[in-house]
Design a protein around this ligand. Structure first.
Ligand code: 13P
Length: 333
């Protein structure tokens, strides 16, 4: 058993309470390789923003869970080297799908876990979530749960259709499970294709897809039921068109990729939404930078020469999110 406290990590409790009061959200960035992690920590250290490092089941399979945990531990030291005296870094399991997986993360030094039982019937979701909460809370590890179903594909998590969270269920769910935060479904979706062209309109000038707005009425109703309770938004990449264009320009093929407009996330961040999950945007930045190098310098074969620019572009992206979308800069001085 390793406690996250020995690793210099923190849980989400205080972080979320401050974020709700202060009207901003904490960035939750997924990582599965060194360059992503370096970029996240550099961006967080330079902006003094609290940050959540997210590890999905797919990332654990890809990179090895032990290595990822030690990388997160190293990230705390790296942050200090960068001059961030008291880094506020959470190591979080994204979309845990079983009690065993959540338990192994708690035992291994994670400071926060998500149990995603949202695809199960309501009572089963409650029972499994409560089991994880009862275990995790013994070690002061915070637990995120989910009600409602997001559409989209993300590693092993996928659903063809979304079901908005039912506001009338949230009090019962939060009370009976004891979860610390609740991921809700209000129209965000995983991946780089969040909406089909049929769900969107098209901007006549640019020809780009314009996605439908998020269901802020559902968010408002949830907040009315659970005042001051930390709400989480998954599937919140904006799919920046400059990266999509770069990818397409340099030989890629991402037609009609579309995300959540940043103004809508900014609006959500000012409410009880205190954790916003972003993964696809980082994948797009990485891919765009690598494709550019490959297209312009076909003789290049040193990975540092294409992963380096990818890391720089991701750092820029993370800083932009922190400062201009989530508003969490300067909140972890
Ligand atoms: P995106 O695919 O929109 O980046 O969402 C990531 C996410 O929600 C991770 O849980």
């Amino acid at each position: 058993m390793v406690s996250y406290k020995e690793l210099g990590l923190v849980n989400t409790r205080e972080m979320f309470a401050k974020a709700i009061k202060g009207g901003y959200a904490i960035p939750a960035f997924n990582f599965n390789n060194m360059e992503q992690l370096q970029a996240i920590i550099k961006a967080a250290a330079e902006t003094k923003s609290p940050v959540i490092l997210q590890v999905s089941k797919g990332a654990r399979n890809y990179a090895n869970q032990t290595l990822l945990r030690y990388m997160a531990q190293g990230a705390v030291e790296y942050a200090k080297e960068l001059g961030w005296e008291k880094p506020q870094i959470v190591l979080h399991l994204d979309h845990g799908d079983s009690f065993e997986l959540c338990k192994s993360c708690v035992d291994f030094g994670f400071s926060s876990v998500m149990i995603d039982a949202s695809s199960l019937p309501y009572e089963e979701n409650i029972a499994l979530t409560k089991k994880v909460v009862d275990y995790a809370h013994q070690y002061d590890v915070t637990v995120e749960a989910e009600l409602g179903v997001l559409a989209g594909v993300e590693d092993e998590v996928s659903s063809a259709v979304s079901h908005y969270t039912k506001p009338e269920e949230v009090v019962d769910f939060a009370t009976r499970t004891g979860c610390d935060s609740l991921a809700i479904s209000i129209g965000t979706s995983h991946g780089a294709y969040k909406f089909t062209p049929e769900q969107c309109t098209r901007d006549p000038k640019t020809g780009r897809l314009v996605p439908p707005p998020l269901a802020f009425d559902v968010l408002d109703a949830v907040m009315e039921q659970l005042p001051g309770f930390p709400i989480v938004l998954h599937g919140s990449s904006s799919v920046p068109q400059e990266y999509v264009d770069m990818i397409n320009q340099y030989g890629g093929k991402l037609p009609d990729a579309v995300g959540i407009p940043e103004e809508q996330l900014r609006k959500a961040a000012k409410s009880a939404v205190c954790k916003i999950n972003i993964d696809s945007d980082s994948r797009l930045a990485f891919t765009a930078a690598v494709r550019k190098v490959f297209a312009e310098k076909p003789a290049e074969f040193d990975p540092r020469k294409y992963c380096g620019p990818a890391r720089d572009l991701m750092t820029e992206l993370y800083k932009h999110k922190i400062i201009n979308v989530l508003g969490s800069d300067g909140k972890a001085e």
